[in-house]
Design a protein around this ligand. Sequence first.
Ligand SMILES: Cc1cc2nc3c(=O)[nH]c(=O)nc-3n(C[C@H](O)[C@H](O)[C@H](O)COP(=O)(O)OP(=O)(O)OC[C@H]3O[C@@H](n4cnc5c(N)ncnc54)[C@H](O)[C@@H]3O)c2cc1C
Length: 444
Amino acid sequence: MDFPGELHGRLVLPHDPDWHTARMAWQLAVDQQPAAVVFAASAQDVSATVLAARRAGLRVAPQGTGHNAAPLGELNRTILLRTDLLGEIAIDPLTRIARVGAGVRWLQLTDAAAKYGLMALAGSAADVGVVGYTLGGGVSWFARSHGLASNQVVAADVVLADGTLVRADADTHPDLFWALRGGGVAGVVTALEFRLFPMTETQAGLLAWPIEQAPTVLSAWRRWVDDVPDQVTSLGRMLRLPPLPDLPEPLRGRSLVAIEAVCDLPAPQADALLAPLRALAPELDTCGTTAVADLHLLHMDPPYPVPAAGDGMLLSGLPSGALAAFLGMTGAGRDLPLLSVELRHLGGALRPGIVRGGAVDGLDAEFALFAAGITPDAASVVAVHAVLDELRTAMSPWEAATGYRNFAERSRGRFDAPEVAARLRAVKTAYDSDDLIHANHPIS
Ligand SMILES: Cc1cc2nc3c(=O)[nH]c(=O)nc-3n(C[C@H](O)[C@H](O)[C@H](O)COP(=O)(O)OP(=O)(O)OC[C@H]3O[C@@H](n4cnc5c(N)ncnc54)[C@H](O)[C@@H]3O)c2cc1C
């Protein structure tokens, strides 16, 4: 492979001793077999990799962590461009803007922001990549009050498909800037700049009951979300937890129905709102004042790579028939290979057009469904995919017309309204006409 100049990072090839570690995605069940792996240590390395790939007739797949590696597909004509080493974090407390390298993971940023009394629109998991999550939209614990994370982006440094490094913002490369906020990137982002918000504490926690109580609990939660203010972001989920030692003792090995909520409200107001759910006598109740920097613990996402498979869809509503279908698929009567099946309440500031910004300026749906199972072997992959298919079919009457990239872990064509899709295609044609960039959810 012919790299212009010296790499500051590393090129790893199939005969190298650490090849199998280098090609590994966070989703351990995804067996990535690229032509080569580059660990870029600078924007210049990214540019050199793009030029080397072009000369060799290869493509380039940017990857922060590999949380959403499953839809990438065949990589044998692609260089896997890992951004782990791009670890810059700079926070300006006056403008409340964070500048974050493409290798930064959420916990690193939320901890750094907390030192200034600031919070970022982070997702539920500590080790998801800030850049990958934000480029895909970003549904945080403050999604209903603040909208998608991507709409808080003010600028991005992008290496284009011809190897040049540009800054994309509202004035420079505005179409590229529009597209990368939720719609897809026709290049490799080396750093993102976005707004943070002043906040150190919030009201948050989990309520849990034995899974047999799911019909009562989820029906009550479904009615409850109709009246909560936009400061409340919550989800209802069915959990079938393995007996793992790093899970809290009361949850280990249990099958539960749970509600997780963040209420960005004073404690007495949050308590008053939660009263009807607490009246259902949860076996576990952790709701109370919580440091924003600790919110990554709320959803109990695995803090290390796992072999897993998942998928999601947006629902235009959750009427009683939809909830009955959901419970029929996921309730106590079923022996499911799914660790978690959740329904996230959307709406509020997630409604399109409320927080204006990029290609995806909201989610035109009322709920997001996401399900995942652990897949240690090939048979479990087949079993989990079969159930994901069954769940999708059961919920398809309520599927929204658009999708959400971050919760899509299997390739799917349609995420956007036709006019947005057409504009995204024009950006892709202008910036990457020969499709050098290999994305998990390509602009097609
Ligand atoms: C346990 C878990 C919890 C999650 N919680 C949430 C949540 O609360 N809210 C939410 O919205 N989503 C959530 N997600 C989904 C997550 O946001 C997506 O999987 C996201 O794509 C992960 O980004 P990543 O960089 O970590 O993954 P990667 O697989 O590394 O990246 C995904 C894709 O992003 C693109 N990309 C990444 N980096 C770059 C770059 N530098 N330049 C150009 N393109 C790039 C590439 O196309 C890449 O294939 C969760 C996922 C998991 C597994």
